[in-house]
Design a protein around this ligand. Sequence first.
Ligand code: ADP
Ligand code: MG
Length: 149
Amino acid sequence: MKEFLTNNIIQTQKLAAEIAKHVYPGLVITLNGDLGSGKTAFTQGFAKQLGVKSRVKSPTFNIMNAYQGDQLSIYHFDAYRLEETGAQDQGFEDYVGTDGVTIIEWPQYMLDLLPNDRLSISFFRGEPDDFRRICLKGHGKASEIEELL
Ligand code: ADP
Ligand code: MG
């Protein structure tokens, strides 16, 4: 496990950009944390580093947004709304862990679709208001990324 402390959104997005330098096709990243903890902010910094030009916004209403980076597609999930319906039979397995990089907010609502090999990131708020503790754990092949940070 590695831990990072950030004091503003820019620092969180810089950390995301650093992680994005080490991605590979098929990587799955899960983002745990309460509402407002910085998951989407992180994804914005991550996608920008991968060459995404369009604005990354939370896909709460459509569950998944796909973006094209310079080398890779980015599949950005927000599974919050799957709490009631579940993730099965919606075609998401065509994206998760396939050719692109998958990044998932609220992964606890699509556990059935998560591969064992993944980079798990957790966000915690604290004091002062802009402080965040960000914990990162690589499982399987993704542990290589944890070691590089
Ligand atoms: P989530 O996707 O986890 O619900 P968002 O990324 O949408 O959260 O929102 C995070 C909010 O917290 C943003 O308004 C952002 O500006 C603010 N913020 C303040 N400090 C930080 C920080 N250190 N890292 C990330 N976001 C921060
Ligand atoms: Mg969000």
